[in-house]
Design a protein. Structure first.
Length: 172
């Protein structure tokens, strides 16, 4: 298990880990021309890993551009985390906005970039997404991906469906 890049001690411990992305083999068979014409589609594109856990990532694609990424399933997580991800809460607390905001601010202080969206779905080469840091939280385990949007908005998209966005952050 890798050492965290940083930890945040707001309430239960929140860890920030380097994330790695591995696209599914099936991604090379996507019909990108049809995706460019499609208003909105959700596709499982691969897995992100870090901190000893892995999560399946779903991309929201609009007119050939990836506009959002969301973790939907977790390998290496507890049974309670997998139930929470499916919407059946059983034990443990979801990350609080305070904890997520503190983790997000720490990520920005350290200068780790989030995934810059939107991303064009490539036509001739395999899908490669540089996943910046991922945030791992408590019990049941939750995984959040840091996303950066045009205009300076930064968000976290989490496994259990709770995430936050903050506008351009000015750090002192």
């Amino acid at each position: 298990m890798q050492k965290p890049l940083a930890t945040v001690g707001v309430g239960p411990r929140v860890e920030i880990h380097r994330g790695g992305f591995r696209a599914f083999e099936a991604m090379k068979y996507l019909d990108v021309a049809k995706l460019r014409k499609t208003g909105k589609a959700r596709i499982e594109i691969g897995r992100v890993q870090g901190g000893g856990v892995e999560a399946t990532i779903v991309a929201e694609i609009c007119k050939g551009m990836i506009t959002n990424l969301t973790p939907i399933d977790c390998k290496g997580c507890s049974r309670a985390a997998r139930k929470a991800a499916r919407g059946t809460r059983s034990g443990g607390a979801a990350p609080t906005k305070k904890a997520l905001r503190a983790a997000l601010e720490r990520v920005l202080q350290l200068g780790y970039p989030g995934v810059k969206l939107p991303i064009a779905v490539p036509t001739a080469k395999p899908l490669e997404i540089v996943i910046g840091p991922i945030i791992i939280y408590g019990d049941p385990l939750d995984i959040c991906i840091v996303l950066s949007y045009p205009g300076g908005e930064t968000c976290v998209s989490c496994l259990v469906g709770r995430g936050i966005c903050v506008g351009p952050v000015v750090l002192e």
